[in-house]
Design a protein around this ligand. Structure first.
Ligand code: 13P
Length: 254
């Protein structure tokens, strides 16, 4: 059975102490209110990762992750952070291919394939993000875009490595806009993703792949989204910055 995951992406929000405060609230609420049928993952800015990983010790269903990692193992890349560094502070996950990285930092599918390889080599689990823009959806290109992001970004992996991935479908037009995809729209793409995975890696791997939905997900719309057969949780932006909202989304899987 595939894992149900609710992951928070804090993006570039919260200073060091604010992040620690929010995370403490989240793990206390998780301990009291969640049944453990789900995994919670917080993807914080780099500066908090080590401290959050320490706080998360002892909670088997709470993990922390980074929001990006460099494709090289190490070297003269001033200002960058490597997958090995991230792993060394106790993080388990790393978001790769977020649309904000694709859009503002020019990250291509080819670059993301290299980042995925390096993350996996260093024993991090990538949360690999894919999704179409509004323009692409209006041009009815969304299935092609999703497919090429998969083929060029992660379908070079062998079965063992692919099985370590979490996929996140985040329609760009739903991110931070308050406009969420309808549960039917999201399910349609999630089912398509799973069919593509099955065609490449077989039914068993497809059935075991966790596919998250992201884009204006909140405690109100999460129950209907997460009730869809191919939606296995969420990648939460804005609502992950409020402990109550985040935990209420986590509790959809109780
Ligand atoms: P919002 O939940 O703020 O729309 O952000 C979604 C997202 O980008 C998560 O990675």
């Amino acid at each position: 059975m595939r894992k149900k995951i609710v992951a928070g992406n804090w993006k570039m929000n919260l200073d060091y102490n604010e992040g620690l405060g929010l995370f403490s609230e989240i793990i206390n609420m998780f301990k009291d209110e969640a049944t453990g049928k789900q995994q919670a993952v917080i993807c914080s800015p780099f500066i908090q990762l080590h401290s959050l990983a320490q706080l998360a010790k002892g909670y088997t269903n709470v993990a922390v992750g980074a929001q990006n990692a460099h494709q090289a193992e190490s070297g003269a890349y001033t200002g960058e952070i490597s997958a090995k560094m991230i792993k060394s502070v106790g993080a388990e996950y790393v978001i790769l291919g977020h649309s904000e990285r694709r859009q503002y930092f020019g990250e291509s599918n080819e670059l993301l394939a290299a980042k995925t390889d390096t993350a996996l080599k260093n024993d991090l689990k990538p949360i690999f993000c894919i999704g179409e823009t509004l323009q692409e959806r209006e041009a009815e290109e969304h299935f092609n875009i999703i497919k090429s992001q998969l083929v060029e970004g992660v379908f070079h992996l062998d079965e063992t490595d692919f099985a370590k991935l979490v996929i996140a479908y985040e329609p760009v037009w739903a991110i931070g806009t308050g406009v969420t995809a309808s549960s039917d729209q999201a399910q349609e793409i999630h089912a398509f993703i799973r069919i593509e995975i099955a065609a490449k890696y077989g039914q068993e791997i497809a059935a075991n792949t966790t596919i998250l939905y992201g884009g204006s997900c909140n405690p109100k719309n999460a129950p209907e989204l997460f009730a869809q057969p191919d939606i296995d949780g969420g990648l939460i932006g804005g609502a992950s910055l409020k402990s109550r909202d985040f935990i209420d989304i986590v509790k959809v899987f109780n």
